[in-house]
Design a protein around this ligand. Sequence first.
Ligand code: ANZ
Ligand code: ZN
Length: 819
Amino acid sequence: MSKKSGYPFREIEEKWQRRWQETGLYRTDMSKTEKKLYCLVMFLYPSADKLHIGHWYNYAPTDSWARFKRMQGYNVFEPMGYDAFGLPAENYAIKKGVHPAISTAENIRYIRKQLERLGAMYDWDKEIDTSSPRYYKWTQWFFLKLLERGLAYRATAPVNWCPQCQTVLANEQVIDGHCERCSTEVTRRDLEQWFFRITDYAERLLQGHTKLQWPEKTIIMQRNWIGRSEGAQIRFRLKDYDDVIEVFTTRPDTLFGATYMVLAPEHPLVEKITSEEQRSLVSEYVEACRRKTEIERTSTEKEKTGVFTGAYAINPINGKQIPIWIADYVLLYYGTAAVMAVPAHDQRDFEFAVKYGLPIVGVIQPPEGALAPAGRAYEGPGLLINSGPFSGQDWKEGGRAIVEALKREGLADFKVTYRLRDWLISRQRYWGAPIPIVYCDGCGIVPVPEKDLPVLLPPNPKFTGRGESPLATVPEFVNTSCPRCGGPARREVDTMDTFVCSSWYFFRFPNPHCDDKPFDPEVVDKWLPVDQYVGGAEHAVMHLLYARFFTMALKDMGLVKFDEPFLRLVHQGTITNRGAKMSKSHGNVVNPEPYLDRYGSDAFRMFMMFMGDYTEGGDWSDEGIAGIYRFLNRVWRLVEAYCANPPQGEETEQAQEVLHAQHRTVQAMTRDLERFHFNTAISRLMEFVSVLYDYSEKLPVQAQNRSVLGGAMRTLVQCLAPFAPHLGEELWEKIGGTYSVFDSGWPTYDEKLAARETVTVVFQVNGKLRSSAVVQRGLAQEELRRLALQDERVQRFVGGRSVRRVVVVPDRLVNVVVG
Ligand code: ANZ
Ligand code: ZN
């Protein structure tokens, strides 16, 4: 091997991939659960884009971490699978006429090959594919279980509707309010849909955070998403009607300042209470709102708009009549879809009141020194004023007193509200798990019995991109008989959100061949929760919240014993390209293949880890990959030279330096790898290699210490192996290690040797200074004694006389007494 051509990574990588496969090195022994470690990356969406740099950035460093853990003696389980259902495959079918099952299988075949090049420790016996009936049978089974417990229900809800395509659009198919396919303006339409009652778990989802070692910002995002608010629900009677309108407020202390009320335009009472004079204005406004997205509606920048209904409510605390308006800043799905407006103390209400000339009554006196801002609402704390018997009380205590007083009359309750909404799981799509429900004229909604699962997707629907759901176009699928009465019935034609598939896949991985249940409780008990989960921060709320909800529900069903699925979580950073996230539509996807061909998989993965902080990511640049490649070549040559010409010398000061470097390196790398700090770990390794180069290149072989350098080489190869697994195995074999380096253990270190503190110890002969040596502080007396006696100058002064005594003062001196 000449220096110029570089090390033969092609042969090496192929060789070890073959060997790993032949020997089943990565087949995890699931029965061995002592020191088990379940390391999971968010599984793959098998799109036609194939694997790009972003995937590698998720998988390769995580695999290096898992290898490090394996070397530390953990029984590591690292699986891989496919989140194979979803809209893109279906859109491809609509465009190209290729059935999603075919395009998906093709993509998986290709991706599987790419994954093998990654050289990861995936246990391929445990591969799963959520679109296979063997898997989705159980996705359907979970639906039935949730239904049994009242956690799945059917209700009407608005969807995005394209009047041109006559079809429902997912949020990501709506571009600026228009259909992504035909550019027609999208409207909202009410449809009967299935929901999972995740809101029942809102409090537990919040409480559970204390058990998790997750990035703080992810926990905060979940907390905000769940959006817990403490306040009160207050009932307002209506003038001229028997109905009551309830509002949710976080500021019951401001009730005396509620000078009007605002309902969401979709509030069920709007129709009924609108007066004749206001009717046409109200209808027009409601119609306009239906076309707006929620983001548009709640934007704080946008000017507030609204319409008076002509009706009045009665403020329960002072009996005053207040006008009822509708406005789109009040949301249908939060609180009670109605607010008591307090313009003096709420900025939105303030702007609205100014615009429409509604009364503004201040009821909170800011504390002394804090002035109520001019031309704005005062939203801070203070004492109640203009509040009848409650005036003079502090806001918190005053608010409580007002609620207590109304509570006695049945007009208020303390209330906690969550922003979290139930999870809408129906998709009017083909490529998903069919919802196992049958509609019978006689019996109503009838669940498909467990024994009839899976409800298979019919193979040949019409992919027109129009209409409600492709399954509705297959009469053999739709028309069935009622499992309860045997009469004619229709099947549900919606399929489930793919987030349902990914809410339980981690239970399936350890036992994917289980066919009589979704998972074997005994196996899951031993292997879960997942010890380390790694995936993109974009999943902070949806996937990570849904999976937690599923796990809690499963626990309540007695199916598992824990309620948190992922104990430790790391988000890899995002690799952007020219500032934008890599995606086909941006045209900036970087394909790893050319790099793999040129530098090999080891160099490529190591480079990804060296680019910067793993959790930060950054903009892609291949500058530096050649440097990593050169580094691997350097290591290759170092080990080769060592093998060709083993050292023969004895212990010297320089050998001590090598020892320091070794222990220091292992100590730092262990600490860095533990925390996914790959880049700094690699820097340490580079420093170590420099020390070894200096030692073995500058000294003649006769002067290099055999055992020190041998130990250092073993350590070097072991430290390199998690980052460059193929090269690691190859070098390990070269230096005579037994297969596999990944079972050889992670090198240990000695704190003292690592501390790199040295002292100069003087050597005396009969009390006279004759020589000295730089040694590790705290070096054992035996060791010092040996060093002194072997010292050339000391030996010269001893000159053959017999040694009577050796006095050792640790870290200071050794006195050889001869007589
Ligand atoms: C009266 C009031 C006076 C309010 C005041 C605030 C300040 P958070 O903290 O986000 O929970 N609200 C209630 N339901 C609403 C809905 N469906 N759409 C829009 N706004 C709604 O906010 C709670 C406050 O948001 C509630 O307290 C209510 O306004 C408003 F000085 O009631 B407040
Ligand atoms: Zn029936």
